[in-house]
Design a binder for this molecule. Structure first.
Ligand code: HGY
Ligand code: MN
Ligand code: MN
Ligand code: MN
Length: 413
């Protein structure tokens, strides 16, 4: 049996078809996907995934955070070898971020079913709830509750901008499971994902053997000013929060760039209140995302923010509040799982390199309770969180072959 397993390959065309069918759900006119967490589109995607898993005899369970576990029985009662990712997207997301990891996992199960191969340990493909953190903050909350990072109560009470809670939305779309959202023993876990950056494509490598994930810190920075009339109020009489925000961003961008080529700063969401063109705002709220691969680097960025806030308050006479929304420290993945991916890549003969993930993934929280590593494939121009996100079928197939072999390596046959 051993040698046939080594020569087993997934069906790349079937994987591509499933990706394109899933991409129809929440499809946007510009060719991307808007399937935000717990929307009707997310429900449709979940329903389609569950139907596909049912077709190959998987047992499907759901927990209280709406995480979906599709299990293919093994020949022995062992903790499962897990894979999966997320089906939710950014508002202007693409066809592959998250979805690829879910459907690559499904393709592994389809391939084993088709070849009547039974693994010793059961295999499980997981859909984690709200990985993106676009509709509900913070990101990766489904896997975060499962791994014990957040309480179920915290997870259920997170709200979107319209004040709807995760708990109510899970109920509304019919994905509020009754299984506790608590980690069970796992033999090993792997997540296949597009790189969402330019390295593999630039270096013409097919596979990224992912050794860890960089650290992330999210803040809500609120700049308080004095609302007044846009016309009669002289510039020097104003306490304008937009002026404070632009001064802070200018200084912080400069410090981040000067500090390290690996440092990241993003201001992806801004809102002014009351939001009238001819009233100087009372306040401006900035959703800030800082990242760095090392803990001390992330701490340096955190300190720079605190210190610049004080400087800008003095310079503009405004009050600035910094509230930390989320802190996901850098993660190093499990050496045995990294080695399993490495063995698979070499046996398959794909070009490859080791790398750290710039994006956060559910594997960050899974790694708190299980041995984990990830498999990256290139995406065009390194673009993601963008409707033009694209990847080549041959690369997606290669990554899925690596996933198959790495899972077999850990599950046994
Ligand atoms: O923000 C991230 O890195 C992930 O895509 N949620
Ligand atoms: Mn993702
Ligand atoms: Mn993403
Ligand atoms: Mn992600």
């Amino acid at each position: 049996m051993e040698n046939t397993v080594e020569h087993l390959r997934v069906d790349g065309a079937r994987l591509w078809e499933s990706l394109m069918e899933m991409a129809q759900i929440g499809a946007t006119p510009a060719g991307g996907c808007n399937r935000q967490a717990l929307t009707d589109e997310d429900r449709q995607g979940r329903d389609l995934f569950a139907r596909w898993c049912g077709e190959i005899g998987c047992e499907i369970r759901m927990d209280k955070m709406g995480n979906i576990f599709a299990r293919r029985a093994g020949s022995e009662e062992l903790p499962p070898v897990m894979t999966g990712s997320h089906l939710d997207t950014q508002p202007t997301g693409g066809k592959f971020d998250g979805v690829y990891g879910v459907l690559a996992g499904l393709e592994v199960l389809r391939t084993l079913e088709q070849n009547q191969i039974k693994t010793r340990a059961p295999l499980e493909v997981v859909v984690w709830t709200n990985e993106e953190g676009a509709r509900f903050s913070p990101a990766m909350i489904g896997s975060g509750v499962w791994a014990g990072e957040f309480s179920l109560e915290y997870g259920h009470t997170r709200t979107d901008k319209a004040g709807r809670t995760i708990g109510a939305e899970l109920q509304r779309i019919g994905y509020l499971g009754d299984m506790p959202a608590e980690a069970q023993p796992v033999t090993a876990a792997f997540e296949a994902h597009i790189e969402q950056g330019p390295i593999l494509e630039k270096q013409e490598q097919v596979i990224g053997v992912v050794t860890g994930v960089q650290g992330i810190r999210w803040y809500d920075v609120t700049f308080h000013g004095t609302p007044c009339h846009a016309g009669p109020t002289p510039m020097e009489d104003r306490r304008d929060p937009v002026q404070a925000l632009s001064l802070l961003c200018e200084k912080l961008y400069a410090q981040v760039k000067a500090f390290s080529v690996d440092a990241r700063m993003t201001c992806g969401d801004l809102r002014a209140e009351p939001g009238s063109r001819n009233t100087v705002p009372e306040k401006v709220v900035l959703a800030l995302d800082l990242r760095h691969p090392q803990p001390e680097g992330l701490e340096h960025l955190h300190q720079s923010l605190q210190q610049l806030v004080k400087e800008v308050e003095r310079a503009t006479g405004t009050r600035i509040e910094v509230r930390e929304e989320w802190h996901s420290p850098p993660v190093a993945f499990n050496e045995d799982c990294i080695a399993a991916v490495d063995r698979a890549v070499r046996a398959l003969g794909y070009s490859h390199r080791k790398m750290v993930s710039g994006a956060g993934h559910d594997s960050v929280y899974v790694s708190r309770v299980a041995p984990v590593s990830m498999i990256f494939v290139p995406c065009a121009g390194g673009l993601s969180h963008n409707e033009a996100e694209s990847a080549e079928a041959r690369h997606l197939e290669a990554g899925c072959n690596v996933l198959l072999q790495a899972m077999l390596d850990r599950a046994g046959v």
